[in-house]
Design a protein around this ligand. Structure first.
Ligand code: FAD
Length: 428
């Protein structure tokens, strides 16, 4: 018995020596008891989805779990507007993987550059490739700035990823309070950054391109508009920005307005890893999956989070969908390893919340298909709900680390006939 244990330890030591970019999380992880002959599952992307999926894979004792993430700490993207506006520091919007990952999850810090589906190998920008039996694709989403808008790529500041949010903060910090900041895009992310800046007494305009908070119902949209107006945000609902200049924005009607800093919040993009690896994606680049979140091309690849679109249900790019898709992706892999049929993914929506500075928010209640109801909440209570969501995401990842399989979610009631599947929402 002692001999077997020694062999396991030695084989782990050899294998770990080969893995470049391994972090302290693993250096402290006891390797004894892990069976390297077990199936290898590689999870790409250590955001909300990938981290939770990796932890859940521990349900089966012999799975060899590797999580690959491009950065050494986890970014809590739902706090990035606070980093950009200067109301939170970098250490408040990042989390150490040591406190998040289960003892059997090995972390490799590195960027996956290609999935070699034939050889079942993940290539990294640096370091040895990682072999897998199953792969969970959870690379999330990023900022996106359209090339079709002249000057946007050169002069506008995106903020939906950590580095972009930091760059924006650095320029905002240098601005006098009366300098105009233009936020382009009035989805939930655009509204949150505009509100956060306005609460810091910045001079802000919000350009909506036709509609403020298009995913919300009329009463909730009125509540958001009332808060923004009360906080001196110029809400330009019908206007669209057609050009960005270093110190101005140009509107569709030809008007030019001063803009010391232009923030681009016109929706998320996704990493193009799936497409670059020859896997089927939608127009945005999200991995196309079936109703078990399995790639339509390759049953060894299962997707979770923002980087995935599913035939089971429209997926809102959100933490709300990240956790259920992650849990399902892990369960799909575990079912296949057990030789069982994976269960189809199901998720019912109940609502979403947009933060308006530190003390207010608007919560929109929705039908199971994510369409808005008239009912909404505004003020302090939804702000407390939003805070709970922010804290709850990390809490649920940690719980999954301690108790793999613990994550549950609302799947809705089963209807006799399947509902038609509308195009998935792409913009937060
Ligand atoms: C300002 C803001 C506010 C938000 N507020 C809310 C909210 O209130 N509620 C809500 O539900 N959602 C909110 N969201 C959306 C939410 O943050 C995302 O939907 C969520 O982060 C998606 O989780 P994910 O795990 O799929 O992806 P991500 O969190 O984006 O994680 C993906 C990870 O993969 C890594 N990665 C990417 N490519 C590679 C690669 N090639 N190799 C290795 N690693 C890679 C990235 O570094 C990242 O760590 C908000 C987003 C923003 C920007």
């Amino acid at each position: 018995m002692a001999c077997v244990t020694l062999k396991v330890v030695l084989s782990h030591l050899r294998r770990d020596r080969d893995l470049k970019g391994m972090t302290g999380h693993n250096a402290r992880t006891p390797e004894i008891g892990r069976d390297t002959r077990g199936p290898k599952v590689v999870v790409i992307g250590g955001g909300y989805a990938g981290t939770l999926a990796a932890n859940r894979l521990q349900r089966r004792a012999d799975v060899d779990i590797t999580l690959v993430n491009a950065r050494p700490t986890m970014v809590q993207r739902l706090q990035l507007h606070r980093l950009a506006a200067g109301t939170a520091d970098a250490d408040e919007v990042t989390a150490d993987y040591r406190g998040l990952l289960g003892a059997r999850v090995r972390l490799v810090v590195g960027e996956a550059t290609r999935i070699d589906t034939a050889a079942r190998r993940v290539q990294l920008r640096s370091g040895a490739p990682l072999e897998y039996d199953y792969l969970i694709y959870a690379v999330g989403s990023t900022s996106a700035v359209p090339e079709s808008v002249p000057g946007a790529a050169e002069f506008a500041y995106p903020m939906a990823d950590f580095e972009s949010a930091q760059r924006l903060r650095a320029v905002v910090d240098e601005l006098p309070a009366q300098a105009w900041i233009t936020v382009v895009g009035a989805g939930l992310t655009g509204i949150e950054i505009a509100a956060e800046l306005a609460e810091q007494d910045r001079t802000v305009s919000l350009v909506c391109g036709g509609r403020l908070a298009p995913a919300f119902g009329e009463p909730a949209r009125r509540s958001i508009a009332a808060w923004l107006t009360a906080h001196h945000v110029a809400v330009l609902e019908d206007d669209s920005v057609v050009e960005v200049r270093p110190d101005a924005v140009v509107f569709a009607d030809g008007a030019v307005r001063p803009s010391a800093v232009t923030v681009w919040a016109g929706g998320f993009g996704v990493p193009q890893l799936a497409a670059a690896s020859g896997l089927s994606t939608d127009a945005l680049g999200r991995l196309r999956t079936d109703d078990t979140l399995t790639s339509v091309d390759d049953d060894r690849i299962v997707g979770a989070g923002d980087a995935v679109t599913s035939s089971a249900t429209p997926l809102r790019m959100s933490c709300y969908a990240a956790a259920p898709t992650a849990a399902t992706a892990a369960d799909t892999v575990l079912s296949r390893l057990d030789g069982a049929e994976p269960a189809p993914f199901a998720l019912a929506y109940v609502g979403s919340t947009v933060g308006l500075g530190r003390r207010a928010a608007v919560a929109q209640f929705t039908r199971a298909d994510d369409s808005p109801l008239r009912a909404h909440l505004r003020g302090r209570i939804p702000a407390l709900i939003k805070d709970a969501v922010v804290k709850g995401t990390l809490w649920s990842i940690r719980r999954e680390a301690r108790k793999p399989g613990a994550t549950i979610w609302y799947r809705g009631r089963r209807s006799a006939a399947p509902a038609p599947v509308p195009e998935p929402e792409t913009v937060r």
